[in-house]
Design a binder for this molecule. Sequence first.
Ligand SMILES: Nc1ncnc2c1ncn2[C@@H]1O[C@H](COP(=O)(O)OP(=O)(O)OP(=O)(O)O)[C@@H](O)[C@H]1O
Length: 358
Amino acid sequence: MGTVAAHGLCKSFGKVQALDGVTLDVPDGSFFVVLGPSGAGKTTTLRAIAGLEKLDAGSVHLDGRDATGDTPAERDLAMVFQSYALYPRHTVYENIASPLRARRRSSSEIAAAVEQMSNLLHIERLLKRRPAQLSGGEMQRVALARALVRSPRAFLMDEPLTNLDLKLRVEMRTELTRIHRSLGATFVYVTNDQVEALSMADQVAVLKEGKVQQVGTPTEVYERPANQWVAGFVGSPQISLLACHAEGDRLVGAEGWTLPRPRWTTAEDGRPLLLGLRAEDLSVEQRGNASLSGELYGLEPLGDRTVVDVRVGTEILKVKARPTVTGTPGERLHVTVDLDRAHLFDAGTGLALSEAGR
Ligand SMILES: Nc1ncnc2c1ncn2[C@@H]1O[C@H](COP(=O)(O)OP(=O)(O)OP(=O)(O)O)[C@@H](O)[C@H]1O
């Protein structure tokens, strides 16, 4: 078993309210990612679960039992940090074995566990080397093996891939997902990288200023953002948000455009709204009825695609296009909109309008 439940966590550091009622329910065996920008309270949440932070309010339950007053050791959780200090004088084998030696496991038990973990992380051939003889990515793998070699109730990971270059990060994302699957253990993983969150998690909690904004599967968080802030934080390029209001069967933009009103929206006429459009739901290459017109503002070639910035009045729409797309700034463009995939938010509260009728 490895369920982790944090309820109503509150923690202030002087005037800074790092956690403001954080509630997370992590099911056994889940790869649960806490995603948020710098300063959102991710590390503090993890440290609170680990018992390293004294809370102002709230409780932590592990496997259904109240562990709020337990010491970190009593909680039996393994914490994996951004930077891992390997023992420089010890071999890779000794490094991985060290948590088991500290628990006075027998040599045969240790040998079996190190073998299993080094197979899993593909570092069998490194076991006799010392940390100075390893590349950064290999060191990271050894450090992970050392953390994963015990079988704690759950693993708490604080941005463990941050120090790797992009190629290694991508590789390690796949590795971690594979390791998680083969261990069947509970992972609570903190990151500010939405790609990491969307690609690895089975559940994501989006955190902002010490408050949970939304909890859901990666698809739910991306496709049904609970509010304008989550819509803007998750997804690259960023979602475009256009001020508008409903008027009969039309949506009327603050910049003078009109679009058919999406069938599913129940917003009353005149209420200030924001229309959220993702770059992949827009196109400059076709002509359609539901279209906005604007002018080419800039092109961002990204190799496999180009992001076209289209200026509509004072607002910029980001549109995903073929990598070969060209154009001249100022040129008139029609942007076709897939309104079935659009989002509407209340401009005052930022909350998503009900999409029940979709
Ligand atoms: N020991 C501390 N003393 C004072 N303020 C702190 C302390 N620890 C955290 N904070 C503050 O609490 C807030 C949340 O910090 P936390 O480290 O949890 O954020 P984070 O989401 O992990 O950020 P990052 O991604 O930058 O690591 C921040 O404003 C931070 O400055």
